[in-house]
Design a protein around this ligand. Structure first.
Ligand code: ADP
Ligand code: MG
Length: 250
């Protein structure tokens, strides 16, 4: 579902991604860990068209992200084509980014109606199913400010799912939550994984990574330092930098 081949991203002179290579199979969960500033968010943002890679190749579902390739040369995609690619990717951020003046239901139906031209009745039906799936059917008419952080994040997940994405990206989805609210969000994510969603999750929740991830990737300094099945990597990190990072977490 995702292939990153030596992906590089600079901000001016700052080299943030220095050749990230990894693959995520359809239906699998990859957890991405690493110190602050190592480029985890930038990598997710490249997958989701929020940043443009400077070098290397990034593919989602077999398509080059943001470019077309002809005769070995890359051409930027027309914005309409880029938008079409982006529609199929859901993203959930640390800060839930719900529309504050819209109800929960309105938040969830907005993109399907505006972007996918789904009819309102159908969008509402699907939104209610999704809110039920994240345990918030009763909050459909509440406003974000009336919800806990954990509830807001679950709405954000439902909102992303309303676009029927083939890939979900999570950028530290529980980092802004009070500890007692983390579990309910991870629970929803775990259900989603069990249902076969392909997911890339940046997280510091090693319990989740160990239990749910198929692949754990440790990034540092803009490269993948080490990757493998979570239990193996957590029990036997081979690289000094991985060991140092994990010892600070646990
Ligand atoms: P992580 O998510 O692993 O903490 P980020 O991808 O957010 O790391 O950031 C990696 C580096 O890139 C940091 O040094 C950050 O300051 C820098 N950076 C991220 N976005 C931008 C930007 N839009 N402009 C300039 N520098 C940026
Ligand atoms: Mg980040």
């Amino acid at each position: 579902m995702v292939v990153a081949d030596r992906v590089c991203k600079n901000f001016g002179a700052l080299k943030v991604l220095r050749g990230v290579s990894l693959e995520i199979e359809r239906g699998k969960v990859l957890c991405l860990i690493g110190p602050s500033g190592s480029g985890k968010s930038t990598f997710l943002r490249c997958i989701n068209h929020l940043e443009r890679v400077n070098a290397g190749r990034l593919y989602v579902d077999g398509e080059l992200v943001g470019y077309s390739e002809r005769g070995g040369k890359l051409y930027e995609l027309h914005p309409r084509q880029a938008a079409r690619q982006r529609r199929d990717i859901g993203m959930v951020f640390q800060h839930f980014n719900l529309f504050p003046h819209r109800t929960v239901l309105e938040n969830v139906i907005e993109a399907p109606i505006l972007v996918k031209k789904v009819r309102k009745k159908q969008a509402v039906e699907r939104a209610r199913e999704l809110l039920d799936q994240v345990g918030l059917a009763v909050k459909a008419d509440a406003y974000p400010a009336q919800l806990s952080g954990g509830q807001q994040q679950r709405v954000a997940i439902a909102r992303a799912l309303a676009m029927e994405p083939k890939l979900m990206l999570f950028d530290e989805p529980t980092s802004a939550l009070d500890p007692e609210l983390v579990g309910e969000v991870l629970g929803v994510m775990k259900d989603l994984a069990s249902a076969g969603m392909t997911m890339v999750v940046v997280t510091h929740e090693m319990g989740f990574a160990r239990e749910v991830a198929d692949e754990l990737v440790f990034m540092d300094g803009g490269v993948v330092v080490e990757a493998g099945p979570p239990r193996e990597l957590l029990a036997n990190p081979r690289h000094e930098r991985t060991q140092a990072f994990l010892s600070k977490l646990l």
